[in-house]
Write a protein that binds this ligand. Structure first.
Ligand SMILES: [Zn+2]
Length: 496
């Protein structure tokens, strides 16, 4: 069987959302199934191409054996670049995702799209539109991949969506009420994507699929691509490891969207605003931590869209500054969160007596001393040899890659209850990124809601009927958006 060499991280992610599965059972199940992607002749439209490409970008990361039928060889090449050891078969398949075409047997998920609308059905083939709007098709790929995942891992006796239409414009499970055609979109002179991780990868990918987008986009993220990221970074191929994340996204966009001016900023948000200033028309937030999200809101961009994944759901929220919740409102902690040094020390099996040492190491970005690694190995009960690669690397990488990434800590000891250790499945992050950009483009074309709105989707279940609510300010009145000094500063910045 030909699992990708970054499979460990996929197993961590899958085990967190699948009750009763450990790494061996996941490996066994993946080894037992063949997945078919069946591309009918009616899928030869721009929407069909978007749908097929995103499906390959999702499916080839996890499933070791796939069959791609009715397409050009470019999709097989893409699958091989994502997982060079993937087995591309011509044989029978156990589960299939069909784009267009005819009605097939059971365990087939039909995917299609119609402009802004994603269509998924387990009953009948779905139509595939011919517009140049990528959002419905891109979201349909994620919803179909989620159905496949639920089917393969037998999440439910009845795991498949019957016949759903999801509007990426209205963000509800119904056809778009007042659809508008999407032509060349101008994202404005001062848009920022902060976070070039799993959500940022999907966001950039779908931006590149828009019809001739223009405007100015800054992409902010300090990190490089690690092997463990490949499990869910849809823009990444096996050869992307070691590239700077912002460069990877920028290169793609320069190629796919040449009218867009893209500026990569390999830094964190604080250094970015120090260098480029504080006047931002629209900020797309694709960050991991609540603290980082709150610091983006505190710098007072004019408008924010925010996307997240967590163990229970994924989502997107939009925040015009005004009556509804700001981004800070929805991330104010209810109780004191553990400090980073306490979190890292705990995850590495180090008691409170080591916290000060961990804090110093985090601050100086230094590698852990060998005697500390001896303690980590002993307390986590792992082989000391597993820690050798981390002897010359910052302690934060030991935490991120070794514990969160599963390089040293095995699955059954992973801590699904620790939000810091949550690893999403690829289709969750991808849908979050796609809806993030759909929200921003809705604003560019004058179709964004006037007050804050929050959308939650749980892809481990069949799609719910209502997923979007308006978002109210923090009821305690303690948020920066309820503080007259911040409101005045916002007014001065944007002349309101
Ligand atoms: Zn607020």
């Amino acid at each position: 069987m030909a699992l990708a060499d970054y499979f460990q991280r996929s197993a961590v992610a899958a085990a967190q959302v699948l009750r009763g599965y450990d790494e061996d059972r996941i490996r066994e199940r993946l080894g037992a199934v063949s997945i078919g992607l069946l591309i009918g002749p009616d899928a030869e439209t721009p929407e069909g191409a978007v749908l097929a490409e995103m499906l390959v970008r999702l499916v080839a990361r996890l499933y070791p054996r796939i069959s791609i039928r009715g397409s050009t060889s470019s999709l097989s090449d893409l699958a091989l670049r994502i997982n060079p050891v993937i087995e591309i078969t011509e044989g029978d398949v156990d589960f299939a995702i069909a784009l267009g075409g005819e009605r097939l047997g059971e365990n087939t998920i039909y995917a299609g799209s119609d402009g802004w609308d994603a269509l998924v059905s387990s009953e009948n083939p779905c139509r595939i539109g011919s517009s140049s709007n990528p959002f419905g098709a891109a979201a349909a790929a994620c919803l179909a991949a989620a159905n496949l995942f639920r089917g393969v891992f037998e999440v439910d006796d009845d795991p498949f969506d019957k016949a759903v239409t999801f509007s990426t414009l209205d963000l509800e499970s119904r056809p778009t009420t007042d659809p508008l055609d999407l032509h060349a979109v101008d994202i404005g002179p001062a848009a920022v994507l902060v976070g070039a991780g799993a959500i940022g990868n999907a966001a950039a990918w779908v931006l590149g699929k828009l019809p001739a987008p223009s405007g100015e986009l800054f992409i902010v993220d300090p990190e490089d691509v690690e092997l463990s990221n490949l499990q869910r970074y849809v823009l990444c191929e096996r050869s992307s490891v070691g590239e700077t994340k912002v460069e990877l996204l920028s290169d793609y966009l320069r190629h796919e969207a040449p009218r867009l001016t893209v500026t990569p900023a390999p830094s964190d948000w604080a250094r970015f605003v120090e260098k480029y200033g504080y006047l931002w028309e629209a900020v797309l937030v694709a960050l991991d931590s609540a603290r980082d999200r709150r610091s983006v809101q505190a710098s007072l961009p004019k408008w924010i869209a925010n996307a997240w994944t967590q163990t229970e759901d994924l989502g997107v929220s939009v925040h015009p500054w005004g009556d509804g919740a700001c981004l800070n409102c929805i991330y104010i902690p209810n109780e004191a969160a553990p400090s980073e040094d306490a979190l890292v020390a705990r995850a590495l099996g180090l008691g409170p007596e080591h916290e000060l040492r961990v804090r110093e190491l985090l601050f100086s970005n230094a590698p852990p001393p060998t005697e500390l690694l001896d303690v980590v190995a002993a307390n986590l009960d792992v082989s000391r040899a597993l820690l050798t690669p981390f002897e010359s690397r910052p302690i934060r990488e030991l935490y991120v890659e070794g514990v969160c990434g599963g390089a040293i800590v095995s699955l059954d000891r992973g801590a699904p209850n620790d939000p810091g250790l949550h690893v999403p499945v690829a289709h969750q992050s991808a849908l979050a990124g796609i809806l993030l950009v759909a929200s921003a483009i809705a604003r560019s074309v004058g179709r964004s809601p006037e007050t804050s709105r929050l959308t939650r989707i749980d892809l481990m279940k069949r799609l719910s009927e209502f997923v979007t609510l308006s978002a109210q300010k923090d009821p305690r009145g303690i948020c920066i958006c309820q503080d007259p000094i911040y409101s005045e500063a916002f007014g001065l910045k944007y002349g309101e």
